[in-house]
Every structure is written in structure tokens, then in C-alpha cells.
Ligand binder design. Structure first.
Ligand code: TYD
Ligand code: MG
Length: 458
């Protein structure tokens, strides 16, 4: 263990996972990431026991049946799409982590939500990033009601905790957790130790007092919440803001929720009057082509309880040198796998081609049901032939070349029919028992069959 000036011990800790080592190492002993260890001050051990205090009040032994199980009271935020992502609204004593890239709209959304709530509830906005004046100016520009919206511009955790006790709000926003610092620790704001300690203390406070707390967290360029992956297990709900900052659409996705379903999403559009909910978002991720173009395939993806149509675009082009494989909004490893399956089972060769695949609109698609659409977009671009008009596709592709069913196939088909699509190439196991009006189903079992069937369709 090193010793810094003034005799303080230093350790090397990983901002990704919070693990620490006495000596510098190339690889983090906790998460195995390379070159992530940075030198920080070791925390004085006197502060330690407190940190292990239970997050919620401890009590005697009980059986589950003795504990009164009631539905949590929800505090609606006044913004329908936000409530949807939260699983119905905030919960008293619940802690929500709202993560996202800088500038994506976290502060804007929370200001709008607090303004909507402040009429009926006591709310408090704690800002460590912007001055009161900046926030007031933004509120004025957005024409928000703010007469009961209380603001505290502060980064000292102890002062914030004291204010939360005296002001006793029902809802508190902390913008952002990375700016806070606790006097008990020596490390700088934003360091793993500080972020973890501040979040743990605020969580304890939320459980004790029943305040619903929303923590804002910035995401680093690697996509992990800056340092504090460690926060994800402390809080009750983790929401991420997604979207391409160049387009106006923004998605909020729940990736963890102790009070509701995960992967539920809320959809917004960023306007000059702040974030506006998009209540019928199923078609926003379709690009508006005049005519059908090669390399484009429409996927129906299921996001939480809502099907959405997303255009998948592929560009396959002669490689010069090492062929490149690039994805935007999709998993790059999965693309490599799909190219191998295409080669092995359908005889389609791409090893001398650059392959780029993009999900339109900055949406991120994690579900494997996107596979078949990716495959068909690649085939379409490689052959330079547009897919048939008004066709939608979904289905997972396995390593053996089989096309596997996707969840909620019927709902996907119905949504596509509603938006005027007339044909659907889907896994055979998803064939609806009763035909869905307006949509012709082309059921496939294998990837080579899907490629062959395309020819008959043209
Ligand atoms: P902000 O909420 O400050 O982002 P975050 O807190 O996530 O860092 O959002 C800032 C961006 O949003 C900024 O680039 C401008 C844009 N914006 C609008 O387009 N319209 C608006 O009404 C507001 C308030 C912001
Ligand atoms: Mg902000």
C-alpha cells in the first residue's frame, strides 16, 4: 500500500466495479477490466462500521405471512411516459437511479416532473451542477409552474441530509450523485468511494423517512454509470436514458426495478419546450424513405409491454484490407455470429466485405428477436435488392441455423398490421392460430429458408 504526503495511505481502485488493490496492476482483480485502476486515498477505517449499517430499519425475526404485504402507494410523477418506465410512479422510500449521457435531458425531465408534482406534494430539487439561477431560467423558458418547487444548490452530503430531514419533502431529486461529497471521506467528488458512500447514505435516509429519492448519474463513454456500477445494487430502480442526441427522440428504459417490470420504456421527444411524451411511439423509428431501398428491413421489437417498429439498415461493401464489422444500436458480437451462420447454413459469404448495421433513430436493441431482420438486411444489401414492400420481420437465429420464436408474436403482428404492413416473415412457431386481418404470414424454420423465400416474394 502506498503512502501519500501527510502519511495518508493510498490504494488503487477500479472505477468500473469499485474493487481495490494495494499495488497497481494492469488488470482489475474485481471485474477483470484492463488499465482501469487509479490511485485514490484509502478511506480512514474509523468511518467504516457506519457503512455496513443496514439500508432499511432492522427488526425482529418474522415469518413472511406475518408481514403485512400491501401494494406500495405510488406517487405519479405527472408525466405518463416516466411513470410507465417506473412501473406506475415513484414509491415512497424508493430510490431511483436515472442514468444517461450528459446533455440527453435528465435535468430537463426531472425539472418538468417536479414542477408537475409540486402542486400536490412537497418536492425538493438538489442541484450540484447548476446554479439556482440557471435552473430558474430553464424553468421560465419551459413555462413551468415553480412557486412551490424548492431548490437547494449544494454538494455537501451532510448539509443535504440535514436539509432533507428538516424540509421533509415527499420527493427529492439529487442532480447529480457524482457531484456530491461527504466530509467523512477524503477522496474527491466523483470517486468511487464518494459516490458509493453518498448513494448509500441517501438510500438509508430514504428508507428511514419514506422520501422518494431520484439520483441522477452520468454515464461514462464506456456506457457504465461513471464508476458506480456499484450503485445499481444499492438502489431500487435503475433507469437509463437512451437516444441519439442528434435526433429528437429519447427513450427511458428500466433495467432494474424492485417495484415493477423491467425493460419497460417511456418515449419522449425533445422540443424547444422540453421533453414531450410520445404516447403512440410504435412508428417513430422508421425512416421515411420515398421508395424501398436495398439493405433496409423493418423489425418489430417488443419493448416491455409495447411493440415497436424499428428499421434495421445494413450496408455490405467490398472491403479494402481487413473487413470491418460495425454496429450501432445492436450487439457487435451477435453480428459476427450471424455472419458465420449465414455463411455456414445459407452459403452467403461476407468475409471479403465490410458490414455495417444500424438501428435507425439511436434506439438500442438487446433482444435476439432482431436476428432475422439483421440477416435479411445484410442479404438485401449484399445483393443490392430491396426487400419486398410492407414487410416486417422478427425472430431469433440460432447457431444451427434454426429460426427460433420470439415472445408475444401475436402482439407484434397486430401492431404491424395496424401500421399498414401487409406481410410478415416470422418464426414458424409464432404463426398465429387465427389469421390476423390485413397481414400475410410467411413462416420460416431455418435461415436458408428465409433467404430462399425472399425470392418468391419479389
Ligand atoms: P439536460 O436536461 O441539461 O441534460 P442532462 O441533465 O442529461 O445533462 O438537457 C440539455 C439538452 O437538452 C441541451 O443540449 C439542450 C436540450 N434542450 C432542448 O432541446 N429543449 C429544451 O427545452 C431544453 C430545456 C433543453
Ligand atoms: Mg443535468
Amino acid at each position: 500500500m502506498g503512502r501519500a504526503e501527510g502519511g495518508q495511505r493510498t490504494v488503487f481502485s477500479c472505477p468500473e466495479c469499485g474493487a481495490s488493490a494495494a499495488k497497481w496492476q494492469g488488470q482489475c482483480p474485481g471485474c477483470g477490466a484492463w488499465n482501469t485502476l487509479v490511485e485514490t486515498f484509502a478511506e480512514p477505517s474509523a468511518g467504516r462500521p457506519k457503512r455496513f449499517a443496514a439500508l432499511s430499519g432492522t427488526s425482529e425475526l418474522q415469518t413472511l405471512s406475518e408481514i403485512e404485504a400491501r401494494e406500495e402507494d405510488r406517487l405519479p410523477t405527472g408525466i405518463g411516459e416516466f411513470d410507465r418506465a417506473l412501473g406506475g410512479g415513484l414509491v415512497g422510500g424508493g430510490v431511483v437511479l436515472l442514468g444517461g449521457d450528459p446533455g440527453i435531458g435528465k435535468s430537463t425531465l426531472l425539472l418538468q416532473a417536479l414542477s408537475a408534482m409540486c402542486r400536490t406534494r412537497r418536492v425538493l430539487y438538489v442541484s450540484g451542477e447548476e446554479s439556482g439561477q440557471q435552473i430558474a431560467m430553464r424553468a421560465r423558458r419551459l413555462s413551468l409552474v415553480t412557486d412551490k418547487l424548492r431548490l437547494l444548490a449544494e454538494i455537501n452530503l451532510e448539509k443535504i441530509v440535514a436539509t432533507l430531514h428538516t424540509a421533509a419533502p415527499q420527493v427529492a431529486v439529487i442532480d447529480s450523485i457524482q457531484t456530491l461529497w461527504s466530509e467523512q471521506l477524503n477522496s474527491a467528488p466523483g470517486s468511487v468511494a464518494q459516490v458509493r458512500e453518498c448513494a448509500a447514505q441517501l438510500t438509508r435516509l430514504a428508507k428511514q423517512t419514506g422520501i422518494a429519492v431520484i439520483l441522477v448519474g452520468h454515464v461514462t463513454k464506456e456506457g457504465a454509470l461513471a464508476g458506480p456500477r456499484v450503485l445499481e445494487h444499492i438502489v431500487d430502480t435503475v433507469l437509463y436514458f437512451e437516444g441519439d442526441t442528434h435526433s429528437s427522440f429519447r427513450l427511458i428504459r428500466a433495467v432494474k426495478n424492485r417495484y415493477g417490470a423491467v425493460n419497460e420504456i417511456g418515449v419522449f421527444a425533445m422540443t424547444d419546450k422540453g421533453l414531450k411524451a410520445v404516447s403512440n411511439p410504435s412508428a417513430i423509428f422508421l425512416s421515411q424513405h420515398g421508395s424501398d431501398v436495398a439493405g433496409s428491413c423493418v423489425l418489430v421489437t417488443q419493448e416491455g409491454s409495447r411493440p415497436m417498429l424499428v428499421e434495421i439498415q445494413a450496408l455490405v461493401d467490398q472491403a479494402h484490407g481487413n473487413p470491418r464489422r460495425l454496429t450501432v444500436g445492436l450487439d457487435a458480437q451477435r453480428l459476427a455470429m450471424l455472419l458465420a451462420v449465414l455463411h455456414r447454413h445459407a452459403g452467403i459469404v461476407c468475409f471479403d466485405q465490410d458490414v455495417f448495421v444500424n438501428a435507425v433513430g439511436g434506439v438500442r436493441i438487446g433482444e435476439p428477436a432482431a436476428d432475422l431482420a439483421v440477416v435479411l438486411a445484410i442479404v438485401s444489401s449484399l445483393k443490392n435488392r430491396a426487400l419486398p414492400a410492407k414487410l416486417i420481420v422478427f425472430g431469433e437465429v440460432g447457431l444451427a441455423g434454426e429460426v427460433r420464436p420470439a415472445v408475444r408474436g401475436q402482439e407484434r403482428l397486430r401492431e404491424a398490421a395496424k401500421l399498414g404492413f401487409t406481410r410478415a416473415m416470422i418464426p414458424e412457431a409464432n404463426t398465429p392460430r387465427q389469421a390476423i386481418a390485413g397481414i400475410e404470414v410467411i413462416a420460416v424454420r431455418r435461415v436458408e429458408e428465409a433467404v430462399l423465400r425472399l425470392r418468391d416474394l419479389e
